[in-house]
Design a protein around this ligand. Structure first.
Ligand code: ARG
Length: 399
């Protein structure tokens, strides 16, 4: 049995109750770890630390991992244009492995023999926490109090009152929200009916406030976004800035029913202005910088890469091997993409690169045309030879 547990602590109701519940029911010492991955209020975790201590934690640690999250987790996903089931940029799925990395580091530092999370038994996040922990530190136990305690939301609130655990009352309780630099996921409430229109109040990052159309030029170097409108920015700044600008046009919302790892179909709403705009721009730049066969093979692997992340296999040999492929593919993905923003819309209107494979003299229909038209006759004849033969012997040309 574990004696000392590092809990991934959000400051919300469940993880606050979990601190005390584990102390009372498992007889463990709890160290709370709050990780800033760019969530709302993430820069203000001092208060969260106090809450963990008030709930009974022997120690509460705050880690700002935004730069690491951006460079080591979001950038690889961007290079792979990672969209689960073609739509979801993996907001929550990407943050769990970085949180686990720091949980494991904190466990080592504080001599803990287990880590804990506040996930329920129905979601994907338990899978990501536990599989990642087993990949990084198979000797550590994983404790999942919320999965087993059988308390309803009301029970938890009563438990908190009974044990003097400070909680932030009932404000955001209607919805289950998870957010970070890459976007925001909103679940539960009336949206559990897949036909129900998400109430306007759920949107935070995509409130349409901008009215004047504008352009936004994203600069990339070797697949990594480095500038906005020619101004070099750190990754965190760049992601925040793109998110703020694109979001102000009300663009970046996703409403989908997705397949969870545990077999449940789940209605999900997301707002991901930064990640969707960056993936849109990045994929477009690849259209001029990746050779055809490389581009096609990469496109074939991208959904697999997204599935691995979704399914909790960030730390896995297939993921490492795919990263090597993707990294190799990115050496020439350097250049600019222009996005045009207008209310409700974000569209690519131009791309340029010193490494571009777009050859004007081959593509043009003007006088500068350097394409060898005469080569096409034999090429096309041989290309069609197989079906021509088939047609004559077996098909429409045989009768
Ligand atoms: N369905 C998404 C995923 O599995 C989001 C989960 C977000 N969690 C939440 N508490 N809203 O990655």
């Amino acid at each position: 049995m574990a004696k000392r547990v590092v809990l991934a602590y959000s400051g919300g109701l469940d993880t606050s109750v979990a601190v005390r519940w584990m102390i009372d029911n498992l007889g463990v010492e709890v160290i709370a770890l709050a990780v800033n991955v760019g969530q709302e209020g993430g820069s203000d975790l001092a208060d969260v630390r106090e809450r963990a201590l008030a709930a009974g934690a022997v120690e509460a640690v705050v880690a700002d991992v935004r730069e690491e999250f951006a460079s080591d987790f979001l950038v690889p996903a961007l290079k792979a244009n990672a969209l689960y089931e073609g739509r979801y940029p993996l907001v929550s799925a990407l943050s769990r492995p970085v949180i686990v990395k720091h949980l494991v580091a904190a466990a080592r530092e504080h001599g803990a023999d287990a880590v804990a999370h506040g996930c329920t038994g129905k979601g994907n996040d338990q899978v990501r926490f536990e599989v990642s922990t087993r990949a990084l530190a198979p000797d550590l136990d994983v404790v999942a109090p919320v999965r087993g305690w059988g308390m309803t939301r009301e029970d938890c609130i009563l438990y908190a009152y009974d044990h003097n655990i400070p909680i932030t009352a009932t404000k955001e309780k209607l919805y289950s929200i998870d957010d970070n630099l890459w976007g925001r996921a909103i679940e539960c409430g009336e949206m559990e009916d897949p036909w129900a229109v998400p109430p306007p109040g759920v949107w935070l990052l995509t409130k349409p406030t901008a009215t004047e159309p504008r352009d936004l030029v994203i600069g990339f170097e070797a697949g990594v976004p480095v500038s906005v409108d020619g101004q070099a920015l750190s990754l965190v700044q760049l992601i925040e800035q793109v998110g703020a600008i694109v979001g102000s046009y009300g663009w970046g919302r996703i409403d989908m029913v997705e397949n969870r790892r545990v077999g449940i179909k789940s209605r999900e709403t997301y707002e991901c202005p930064a990640s969707l705009a960056l993936i849109l721009a990045h994929a477009d730049l690849e259209s001029i910088t990746l050779e055809r066969d490389l581009a096609r093979e990469k496109a074939r692997l991208e959904p697999r890469y997204a599935e691995l992340i979704y399914d909790g296999l960030w730390f896995s040999p297939l993921k490492d091997a795919l990263d090597a492929f993707v990294d190799e593919s990115q050496t020439a993905v350097t250049g600019d993409v222009r996005l045009h923003l207008s209310p409700g819309s974000c569209q690519v209107t131009g791309r340029r690169s010193d490494q571009s494979l777009y050859d004007y003299s081959l593509a043009t229909y003007d006088a500068e045309d350097a394409f060898r038209h005469e080569d096409s006759a034999g090429f096309v004849r041989l290309w069609g030879l197989s079906v021509e033969t088939w047609s004559a012997r077996q098909g429409p040309g045989s009768s």
